[in-house]
Design a protein around this ligand. Structure first.
Ligand code: PLP
Length: 407
């Protein structure tokens, strides 16, 4: 069978290989600390689960939903967005709508599919979420990456973004709070970004806000369109329930965007996947979104405590120069570059620029700790660790990581 070059060009996930190794080692009886998770290890809130249960009594819950989602749910999503971001979409220069899809990932694939023509450039900030460049390439677009540095806590320079914008730039993707850094851009950054975008009226802005509610230190995340609401007319927001309702497997995400785009996305979705899961959409239509912060409070406390534990471990092990304060989402991006381990490895293997995959393999084999190499996020010599694990397990894993980094 001859496969398409488009599909053959997609890079395989670095995480899969590592996870396979972690499973093999666990089967061999080794204790494995898996810090690769991109999801919360908690049950969603009871009120939501009960609604799913009660909606399962209805035939409609098992039948096709409208392609773009149930109107009552869409209305709720838009209201919740306006309320939580303090934005009035009615005052936007264009009409807005929402499309419910099979997770945030599906929203993004719909968006890229609806925007990109052959050769269009899409600007990404490294470290970026693993799937952006692959989806862009699949649509025959060109990812243009803005490099960042651990010394700037991975915050992209506005000047650098300005330099990378070209006549071919179709859109810029921003992801704040960010996977994999676990931080969100400052309000000042968002203001400067808004000012820059006002100078480029043909560039769309895709704002991936899937971790919006998961900040565990103030100030909470803010966005460029809060500074310049006129940008809303070319802003595309991605959000969903995967992270905030600990429901990655239920596959519900939503795109909030100008109607000119949501209409096209609906057309695409109607010919590819149809509407998202009816049962969960119906349950969500009756769910009170105001309960989400209440549900997240103990989870945020847990993340904050694990982040504190990690910071303490950095200090105790003399690695303060490599530490930055995570604020949101559930990750921390370890920077190997200033650690004794890296110094030693660079001496041994001169010429290799990115040792993240090798280091993560060694960490797994020697210490039983699985984390995700920065290579996956376009950030050499780093690795993403998840902060979600139960405290005792997390603390043991951190001790092993520190010993390894200092070796
Ligand atoms: C930044 C980012 N965007 C989008 C997604 C996709 O979310 P979903 O699981 O709803 O498809 C993820 C999931 O890990 C993510 O980290």
């Amino acid at each position: 069978m001859k496969l398409s070059s488009r599909v053959q060009d997609i890079n395989e996930s670095v995480t899969l290989k590592l996870n396979a190794k972690a499973v093999t080692l666990a089967e061999e009886g080794k204790t494995i600390y898996n810090l690769t998770a991109g999801q919360l290890p908690f049950r969603p809130m009871n009120e939501f689960v009960e609604l799913i249960r009660s909606e399962s009594d209805f035939l409609k819950s098992f039948q096709y939903s409208p392609v773009a989602g149930y109107p009552e749910l869409k209305k709720k999503i838009i209201e919740n967005f306006q309320e939580t971001r303090g934005i009035d979409l009615n005052s936007a220069p264009v009409e807005f709508d929402c499309v419910v899809s099979n997770g945030g990932k599906h929203c993004l694939s719909n968006i890229f599919g609806s925007l990109i023509d052959h050769g269009d450039e899409i600007i990404l900030m490294a470290p970026y979420w693993v799937s952006y460049p692959e989806m862009i390439r699949f649509c025959k677009g060109v990812p243009i990456v803005i490099e960042t540095s651990p010394f700037d806590v991975f915050v992209p320079s506005i000047e650098e973004i300005k330099r990378k914008i070209s006549p071919k730039t179709k859109a810029i993707v921003i992801n704040s709070p960010n996977n994999p850094t676990g931080t969100h851009y400052s309000d000042k950054w968002m203001k400067d970004f808004a000012d820059l975008m006002l100078e480029h009226p043909d560039v769309a802005i895709i704002s991936d806000e899937i971790y919006y509610q998961l900040y565990y230190y103030d100030p909470k995340p803010t966005y460029f369109y809060q500074h310049a609401p006129e940008l809303l007319e070319r802003t595309i927001i991605v959000d969903g329930i995967s992270k905030t309702l600990a429901s990655t497997g239920l596959r519900i995400g939503y795109t909030i965007a100008p109607k000119s785009l949501t209409t096209v996305i609906s057309k695409l979705q109607g010919q590819t996947t149809s509407g998202a899961n009816s049962l969960v959409q119906r349950a969500l239509s009756h769910f009170d979104f105001h309960q989400i912060p209440v549900y997240l409070n103990p989870i945020k406390k847990h993340l904050r405590e694990n982040a504190e534990l990690l910071g303490e471990a950095f200090r105790e092990n003399g690695l303060s120069q490599s530490w930055y304060q995570p604020l949101s989402a559930f990750y921390y991006l370890l920077d190997f570059s200033q650690t004794p381990l890296m110094e030693r490895m660079v001496k041994e293997r001169s010429g290799n620029n990115d040792l993240s995959v090798e280091i993560c393999e060694m960490l797994l084999e020697e210490c039983g700790v699985a984390i995700v190499p920065g290579a996956a996020f376009g950030m050499p010599n780093t690795a993403r660790m998840s902060l979600v694990s139960e405290k005792e397990v997390f603390s043991e894993a951190v001790a092993k990581i520190m010993k390894f980094l200092c070796s």
